[in-house]
Write a protein that binds this ligand. Structure first.
Ligand code: NAD
Length: 374
């Protein structure tokens, strides 16, 4: 009886999150786990090793991978870590399975069961496990703060001894989890907010946050509650309608994406050129190809007189709460399979099945196979 729960150390220095927080250690131990982490694994998230009472510390992440039955991670592990895993080990967390064919094949060859939580179905039961939602909440909040920090204007309306300052105008494009949080945060800071999404149900959500909805006449509902890609006529219609809102904005925050596709290009170079000097654009979709022409992931650059910011590792700007949310998602995902001091996977469970990328030596996920051309 008993099993080993390992916590990966994120291999990128810029990644500050961790998949276990101190308050959850006792739950894993109560479920029969020995919990193993490398020394300093949570240091970038500001937790000392001493805070993790009951955890066994080893020297490095590879040792964790070699010892564990289940390993949790906030980003894909290195090849050396994957090679250290024993056959049949379960790797669970943010695995970006669309990104690298070699990594997925390495997991399969090592007979690792890889569970990518990005693939969770968007059903009610899976919401407490949903790392995309929890981390998008962090990203949307941070996007609004980054914009406010770089804007040459106040966000709120202010009255001072010599008069009144008008509030900044913020436009949010893409109103999924991140976009709605960006709207809410910009509103709390007092900005005048407008927003737009192709899914018609977002209109009510935008209005309920005290923002105005930009009408473009374009709607595009796809599978599973997600958006679909626009046709070129729809793109033109959208561009015509959005151009005015973009030109009027002091800040534009873009978060639009379509699953399995490059991010839609929404803000063009002409739209940027029509913005006020000093305007700020934050593109949260840059890693998927960008919603904004000329944005480069990880860079902050002037395009003409407009500052275009495309942050990467944005959730690492608040690693404590981002880790808490992520670690809770992982626990909620694993908890149904923990009984009598052991892990008992239910391979008939639709939530579990949706996440399985590799199992018993093969890449079993159909969508992942298509993404990677397998
Ligand atoms: P996402 O990150 O995939 O995309 C962000 C937004 O971009 C979406 O709202 C999308 O409609 C929008 N978009 C795409 N193309 C666009 C375009 N050309 N112009 C403007 N906007 C465009 O979204 P998400 O936050 O992951 O949410 C996607 C869906 O999943 C929503 O329906 C959401 O309510 C749902 N969801 C369900 C659950 C759950 O039930 N477990 C959890 C989270 C989200």
């Amino acid at each position: 009886m008993g099993w080993v729960f390992g916590v990966a150390t994120a291999p990128a220095a810029a990644e500050r999150r961790v998949a276990l927080v101190p308050e959850l250690v006792d739950r894993y131990r109560a479920a029969g786990a020995r919990v193993v982490m490398a020394r300093g694994a949570a240091a970038r998230a500001h937790w000392r090793d001493e805070a993790f009472r009951g955890v066994e510390f080893v020297n490095d992440s590879e040792e964790v991978f070699a010892a564990a039955d289940v390993v949790a991670c906030v980003m894909p592990p290195t090849d050396a870590e994957i090679r250290a895993l024993r056959e049949g080990t379960v790797l669970v967390g943010a695995l970006r399975p669309w990104e690298q064919r070699e990594r997925v094949e390495l997991l399969a060859r090592g007979r690792v069961t890889a569970l990518a939580l990005e693939l969770l179905p968007r059903v009610t039961r899976a919401q407490p496990m949903d790392i995309l939602s929890s981390q998008a909440t962090v990203a949307g909040y941070e996007a609004a703060l980054i914009a406010a920090d770089h804007a040459p204007k106040f966000f709120p309306m202010l009255t001072y001894a010599a008069g009144t300052i008008r509030p900044a105008r913020v436009l949010v494009i893409g109103c999924g989890v991140a976009g709605l949080q960006a709207i809410a945060t910009a509103r709390r800071l007092g900005a005048l907010v407008e927003a737009y999404d192709v899914r018609p149900e977002t209109r009510e959500q935008v209005l309920s946050l005290g923002a105005k909805f930009v009408e473009t006449g374009v709607t595009a509902v796809g599978e599973g509650g997600y958006a679909r890609e626009l046709t070129s006529e729809e793109q033109e219609q959208q561009a015509r309608a959005l151009a005015k809102a973009v030109a009027a904005a002091d800040v534009v925050i873009t978060t639009a994406s379509v699953p399995g596709r490059p991010a839609p290009r929404i803000v063009t170079a002409e739209m940027l050129a029509a913005m006020r000097p000093g305007a700020v654009v934050v593109d949260l979709a840059a890693e998927q190809g960008g919603n904004v022409e000329g944005s480069v992931a990880g860079e902050k650059r002037w395009v003409g007189e407009v500052l275009v910011i495309a942050p990467t590792f944005i959730t690492s700007r608040m690693p404590i709460h981002a880790s808490e949310m992520f670690a809770k998602n992982v626990w909620n995902f694993l908890a149904p399979y923990l009984a009598d001091g052991a892990v008992r996977w239910d391979w008939e469970d639709e939530v579990l099945r949706a996440c399985v990328v590799t199992h018993e030596g093969s890449v079993v996920h159909q969508r992942v196979r298509e993404w990677l051309g397998l």
